[in-house]
Design a protein around this ligand. Structure first.
Ligand SMILES: [Fe+2]
Ligand SMILES: [Fe+2]
Length: 274
């Protein structure tokens, strides 16, 4: 009996200790799930972290390694054929890309993301849509690494052949980044079609159903380009840039809802770099 009583008391001590352990674990799980779940929920459903934070995840420099680009070109018949067709000597111009990061890519990202936020009041964008717009904004002109410097940064008006060479950047960027296997279809579409308009004009010449994500980048890209000072032109005011874009809406090249969102964004000075 004594033994039994001893055993009993020992058991209850063990049970108490076990209960304490279980409670600790439960508390830990409850606490950690409270810590984690709201954050995951916000990330999944609202994804409203600002662009700067997202930029840190989308780094252009990871792809501006000459060896990496060469490996994407090597054996890539589509890229080699395009270069051959236009007599372009294979040269990788990382500097071209780096020099447009602050003056063009980052502002395009700010504006594109801002347009998307404006449109969010009546269009539901998924997390992958938002990621595609961010990646698309940073990488849309990636193909410029293969465009000869004297053509890309020419101070003179381009002739027809030179213009066609510059226009190749959309297709080249698409082919290169597709070969990297690091980009999803939505982002690749943006890169290939960011110079297409809703009436089907623009380049490359392909029949596509223009998607809203690409069109957001197109609008942000045009506005940013108009505002920039480039080798062949001066910067123009935001009012004038909007006026030019309004004419593109009237000629059925730009969507009115995307233009209205851009206009609202500019007039309320919601994007930083404009
Ligand atoms: Fe472009
Ligand atoms: Fe661009």
């Amino acid at each position: 009996m004594t033994v039994g009583r001893y055993d009993e008391s020992n058991n209850s001590q063990e049970i108490a200790a076990a209960n304490l352990q279980v409670n600790k674990l439960l508390n830990y799980h409850i606490k950690s799930s409270l810590d984690a779940k709201p954050f995951d929920f916000i990330k999944e459903h609202f994804f409203n972290e600002r662009v700067e934070k997202l930029l840190s995840k989308v780094q252009l420099y990871e792809f501006t390694d000459k060896k990496l680009i060469m490996s994407l070109i090597r054996g890539n018949k589509k890229v080699l054929n395009l270069l051959n067709k236009y007599d372009i000597e294979l040269e990788i111009n990382i500097k071209n890309l780096e020099s447009i990061t602050n003056v063009h890519l980052n502002p395009t990202l700010e504006i594109a993301y801002g347009i998307m936020e404006e449109l969010s009041s009546f269009i539901r964008f998924s997390v992958s849509d938002k990621k595609a717009v961010i990646r698309g904004a940073i990488f849309h002109d990636f193909g410029k690494v293969l465009i000869p410097d004297n053509v890309l940064n020419s101070k003179n008006k381009l002739n027809t052949n030179e213009r066609k060479i510059v226009e190749l950047h959309a297709q080249l960027g698409y082919e290169l980044l597709k070969a990297s296997k690091q980009f999803d279809e939505k982002t690749l579409n943006i890169i290939r079609n960011h110079h297409k308009f809703i009436d089907g004009s623009g380049y490359p010449e392909n029949k596509i159903e223009l998607d809203i994500l690409t069109h957001i980048i197109t609008a942000a890209d045009i506005y940013t380009a108009l505002r920039e000072k480039r080798s062949y032109k001066e910067s123009i005011s935001s009012e004038k840039a909007l006026e030019i874009m309004e004419n593109l809406v009237k000629s059925n090249k730009l969507s009115k809802i995307v233009y209205d969102a851009l206009k609202k964004l500019i007039e309320n000075k919601k994007a930083k770099q404009i």
